[in-house]
Write a protein that binds this ligand. Structure first.
Ligand code: ADP
Ligand code: MG
Length: 326
């Protein structure tokens, strides 16, 4: 039997010495090498704690993390957290505050030939839009600028496993788009395993192939990203990945389901085609442009509130026939 490659988290529990947080409890999952996993959950659910535990920066109460079958050593067994081939970017950024931006980045490439190193550092400075700040001391930078330096450090080499905790949180929209595209397309290209924490559903949905949803220190969901988005086990946590509705099956004409309520995401609504029977009639309350499409809210004949998208603005108060794609 060939050994399992990738990340294995087995029975991981962790507690902070003094805190309200009840800790992480018996977390187990397997992530095949080359996959992209998003860790999601409400604020304070333990996402960052789990990311640090996976990296090996915390002493576990129980359990073990394996990378490509090798057990990761925690701080009780090694001076430097982590393992060769694994890189982690935490929310605290862990920069060298009295060194320049350039030094902070080149420090990540210790054994590189000076010419190759200079070229790579310049590439990263350009990518992260840090060229004009390269000689600044890190301690004088804004939080968004520090985050860019931290990202440059995390991306300097090509680790087999990259763990990123809220990597784009303090960046402006344009830079978020550019850098997320770079990070995730590079990961696919070099078959890197990527674990990232985010509270931004658009990045999770666009780039993750698997999701792990934490709740009260336990795994509430683990599996295929699309599956969790479209048919979550824990409806109360479904809002983490975007808006949803629970509509009574009986009130949706012609829709068949054994369940009393149907779980629906906004993209499942579509205008009823001519000649077809609508599942519901919606009276539009408002239709607002969000820069990509129109976001519409309305109410159906039974008083159920609905939310869905359209390419064109819809006329308020108008009653429109709609269908739902299950
Ligand atoms: P998330 O990333 O999901 O927002 P965290 O993993 O950062 O959550 O934190 C989970 C909980 O653990 C929070 O209640 C937080 O206050 C607590 N916590 C985080 N770091 C520490 C620490 N170093 N010592 C004690 N409690 C902590
Ligand atoms: Mg966090």
């Amino acid at each position: 039997m060939t050994p399992e490659t990738g990340l294995i988290v087995e029975n991981l529990s962790f507690n902070y010495p003094v805190t309200e947080f009840k800790g992480l409890k018996t977390i187990s999952f397997k992530l095949p090498a080359g996959s992209v996993l998003v860790i999601a959950g409400k604020s304070g659910s333990g996402k960052s704690t789990l990311a640090r535990c996976i990296y090996g920066a915390e002493t576990l109460s129980t359990g073990q993390v394996y990378w490509n079958t090798k057990p990761l050593l925690g701080p009780e067994r090694t001076l430097m957290p982590g393992m060769q081939g694994i890189k982690y970017m935490g929310q605290d950024h862990s920069l060298l505050p009295f060194h320049s931006v350039r030094e902070n980045i080149s420090e990540q490439l210790p054994a590189w030939h000076p010419d190759v190193k200079t070229k790579r550092v310049l590439e990263l400075l350009r990518l992260l839009e840090l060229v004009t700040l390269q000689h600044e001391t890190v301690q004088v930078l804004s939080s968004g600028q520090k985050q860019r330096v931290a990202l440059a450090r995390a991306l300097a080499q090509q680790p087999e496993l990259l763990i990123l905790d809220e990597p784009f949180a303090h960046l402006d929209q344009l830079l978020q788009e550019k850098l997320s595209h770079y990070v995730f397309t590079r990961a696919r290209k070099i078959k890197q395993t990527l674990v990232f924490v985010t509270h931004q559903p658009e990045f999770a949905l666009r780039y993750a192939d698997r999701a792990l949803v934490l709740h009260d220190g336990k795994i509430a969901e683990f599996g295929d990203m699309q599956q969790i988005y479209n048919a979550p086990k824990h409806i109360k946590l479904a809002g983490i990945f975007g808006p949803y509705m629970l509509l009574p099956t009986q009130e949706l004409k012609g829709l068949k389901s054994k369940k009393e309520f149907i779980f629906i995401r906004p993209h499942q609504f579509y205008p009823c085609p001519k000649g077809s029977k609508p599942h519901l009639i919606v009276q539009i309350n408002y239709s607002r442009f969000n820069g990509k499409c129109f976001e519409n809210t309305g109410i159906d004949k039974n008083g159920n509130a609905v939310f869905f998208y359209s390419a064109e603005a819809l006329i308020c108060q108008k009653e429109l026939p709609y269908c739902i794609k299950l």
